[in-house]
Write a protein that binds this ligand. Structure first.
Ligand SMILES: [Zn+2]
Length: 208
């Protein structure tokens, strides 16, 4: 069985910048399969390849449906919910544009029980290569943009704890309760993400 690498096992490994994928690499198909298999067998929303020991720019999205995620926090998942698998692969993804601002209490298969309140874009335009090796340009919106943004950070060795406003160590049961209370917040949808984030940070500084 494949296990994720955690910050306890090897934080330095998780901190590396993943290498760009050569689509002619003969191991690529196997590595994508391995990542997909891991996601299917574990309770994760998505995963970057580096988290299971493949430091290449590959992301697997498994479940970014906020309704299913919300039911999961209340332990009300249906059988269909549990089987749901978005099963999308993004190779060499590059962010083109980012808009809006959202907030969610994130966790990570690599970061033990460290939970962080993170601001992410609401809307993201991303270029990537799909699993048929076709080039795609796609808009990701809402919770899907949050999950993808978390995974994109992994490719550059950045963990959610690094970019969080607040980090709390809490077990899964407490995290579920906190998420039920706080949920997924959309703060703004339209303005450039960097501008909104800077404005927010400025406000926090003034308050302090
Ligand atoms: Zn993660």
């Amino acid at each position: 069985m494949i296990e994720p690498i955690t910050i306890q096992d090897n934080e330095e490994y998780l901190r590396q910048v993943s290498k760009e994928v050569n689509i002619h690499d003969k191991n690529l198909k196997y590595e994508i399969e391995l990542l997909g298999k891991f996601c299917k067998e574990h309770d994760v929303m998505a995963m970057a390849a580096v988290q299971i020991g493949i430091p290449k720019r590959i992301i697997y999205l498994k479940n970014t449906d906020i309704d299913i995620i919300n039911r999961m926090q209340r332990d009300e998942q249906s059988v269909e919910d549990k089987l749901y698998n978005e099963g999308r692969v993004l190779i060499n993804p590059i962010i083109i544009e980012r808009y809006g601002l959202t907030e969610y209490w994130e966790a990570c298969a690599s970061c033990l029980n460290f939970c962080g309140k993170v601001k992410r874009p609401y809307l993201m335009k991303v270029n990537y290569i799909d699993e048929n090796y076709d080039v795609q340009e796609e808009w990701f919106e809402g919770f899907e943009a949050t999950v993808l943004s978390h995974e994109l950070d992994h490719l550059d060795g950045v963990l959610h704890m690094d970019v969080a406003d607040e980090v709390i160590y809490m077990p899964l049961s407490e995290r579920k309760l906190l998420r039920q209370k706080e949920g997924y917040k959309i703060i703004q949808k339209d303005d450039p993400y960097e501008e909104l984030l800077n404005k927010y940070k400025e406000k926090v500084r003034v308050k302090k």
